[in-house]
Design a protein around this ligand. Structure first.
Ligand SMILES: [Mn+2]
Length: 339
């Protein structure tokens, strides 16, 4: 039987939790099912420990994540005088910029103890964390949280269990991604054993994935605009600012088509660029089984992530067309190396 991970940092984390009363739970600027589920689970665990908590995120939680009960407790402003902060699902400074720069009352995570819990392999750019618990073997941050909670005998309630299971399923696309290991499935097995219904979670999730006719038509436009390079091995799409402005509040545009792009015949890697005003460009990258080059590609452009899912963000004002060409040639190079 696969044992759950055991972490040397656990006791130090417990001491920090025990000595704190108001805990700020922080999600990165790219909230997803894992960061949200992890945040809700930590919130419930801390609540059972008698702590006051607040969950914050630099951007509004997208509506497709509203299937996770508790999503509406995530705010963009800090209202508690926290004595400890816990950052989840990122170790990257560039993914907490919104919170620390852009909101009307920027917060500083430097002045209070900070625990980082993450599973991204990319080396941390947050050098001021009090404790960093990063387990790149884990398929989701929530897998790390579950193992930590077991190790420290922390109490879980149904809200925490459901949030943990939902976030593992979210990051692993239903336990089917490369990074799923026996521990991931063992974690899910324990959660199911304690009452979580995967069928209930999935049907609730699906009910929030319905799209308006307007979005369906937009998805059609995006599909038509996909470009293929290097004998169709690289699928590329660009989303300009007016579309980001119009559709992002409804759905994150790349997520409408990224999976379809990845599953084109002959395609090994899919890349979607978003072009913002004032020289900001982001990219979301997904590669297929057998081509673990996503993180390497993102890292060449200052980003990071996993072998098969990654991204980067540039704000240096470089020319978008030139950048896209550079990314395509770097991707070609990495694919050739894999062959
Ligand atoms: Mn994650």
């Amino acid at each position: 039987m696969a044992n759950l991970a055991s972490y040397p940092q656990a006791e130090q984390i417990k001491e920090l939790l025990d000595s704190s009363s108001k805990v700020l739970i922080v999600q990165p600027d790219n909230p997803d099912g894992d960061s949200l589920g992890s945040a809700i689970a930590i919130e419930q665990i801390l609540m059972l420990m008698g702590k006051e908590t607040e969950i914050i995120c630099g951007i509004k939680i997208p509506s497709y994540l509203a299937y996770l009960p508790g999503w509406d407790r995530v705010s963009q402003e800090v209202s508690i005088n926290f004595d400890l902060a816990i950052l989840l699902d990122t170790s990257s400074l560039s993914l907490i910029e919104n919170l620390t720069n852009n909101v009307s009352q920027p917060i500083s995570l430097r002045k209070k103890p900070l625990i980082v819990i993450d599973h991204h392999a990319t080396s941390s750019t947050i050098d001021y964390a009090t404790i960093s618990l990063v387990d790149p073997e884990a398929a989701a941050t929530s897998q790390v949280i579950y193992a930590l909670a077991k190790q420290l005998n922390l109490e879980l309630n149904n809200g925490a269990r459901n949030a943990l299971a939902a976030s593992i399923l979210s990051d692993t696309l239903g336990l089917t991604t490369e990074n799923v290991n026996a521990q991931t499935i063992y974690t899910i097995a324990e959660l199911v054993d304690s009452g979580v219904s995967l069928a209930d979670l999935e049907s609730t999730r699906r009910s929030y994935m319905r799209k308006s006719p307007d979005l369906m038509h937009y998805k059609g436009q995006l599909l038509e605009r996909i470009s293929y390079f290097n004998n169709d091995r690289i699928a590329v799409l660009t989303i300009p600012w007016p579309e980001i402005e119009r559709y992002s509040p409804l759905y994150n545009p790349p997520m409408l088509v990224l999976e379809d792009m990845r599953f084109t015949t002959g395609t090994d890697i899919a890349i979607v660029f978003k072009i913002y005003p004032q020289g900001k460009i982001t990219a979301k990258i997904r590669s297929n089984h057998g081509f673990p080059i996503a993180a390497k590609l993102a890292e060449s452009f200052g980003g990071g992530g996993h072998d098969y899912a990654s991204g980067f963000k540039l704000t240096d004002g470089r020319d978008a067309d030139q950048l896209i060409n550079d990314v395509i040639s770097k991707a070609s190079h990495l694919l050739d190396n894999e062959d």
